[in-house]
Ligand binder design. Structure first.
Ligand code: HEM
Length: 168
């Protein structure tokens, strides 16, 4: 496992927090705008804004979150596969990035293009999707803070006695 100096690790953690919690913030903006249309705001105005936020901020940020998250795991003693909370976040974030890139972003682009002509069912989707992803990101944040479930079992030679310490 590559070792990085403590100051570099702090910088990486700061980058991880800014990108991942910024991602959560951008998602809350999408949720707010989606709800605003349900409450009577003009879709011809709001949906192009949602398309802009989704395309230039949310989608690129989701890729950056994944990359910085994976780097934060691989370059620290946490590792990517060693701890269940890290693995759970990896799976969760990977699924979310896929949904954002291949489902939500095309839907937002379409909504931005058609505006008020978007059918009611598709309008509801633009509230449900950010609501679900916001919830998943809150789960990821809670997992990161509590770091539950401990370490995954590793096959070790019987006589090896490496101490298991908290990787801080
Ligand atoms: C590919 C996905 C992700 C991976 C592999 C990952 C991995 C990690 C690792 C290894 C740390 C510890 C870093 C260190 O101690 O230097 C960490 C911290 C953290 N992560 Fe992630 N992360 C991912 C996605 C996310 C997401 C989506 C969020 C929230 C929206 C998030 C929120 C946090 C927070 C708040 C911390 C700080 C915890 C603390 O310092 O106690 N992460 N993450």
């Amino acid at each position: 496992m590559p070792r990085i100096p403590p100051t570099t690790r702090k910088g990486l953690l700061a980058l991880h927090l800014v990108t991942s919690l910024g991602w959560l913030g951008a998602d809350l903006v999408l949720l707010t705008l989606g709800i605003a249309v349900q409450r009577g705001a003009d879709p011809a105005v709001v949906y192009p804004v949602m398309a802009l936020v989704g395309t230039v901020l949310f989608a690129p940020l989701s890729v950056l979150v994944w990359l910085v998250g994976v780097a934060s795991a691989l370059l620290t003693p946490w590792g990517l596969w060693r701890y269940r909370w890290v693995l759970a976040k990896l799976v969760l974030t990977t699924v979310m990035v896929g949904l954002v890139l291949f489902l939500l972003t095309p839907n937002l682009r379409h909504a931005g293009a058609v505006g008020a002509a978007l059918p009611t069912r598709d309008r509801a989707d633009l509230v449900i999707a950010p609501a679900v992803s916001t919830s998943l990101m809150i789960i990821a944040t809670v997992l990161s803070t509590y770091k539950p479930w401990g370490r995954r079992p590793v096959a070790r030679p019987a006589r090896e006695s490496t101490p298991v310490t908290t990787p801080h």
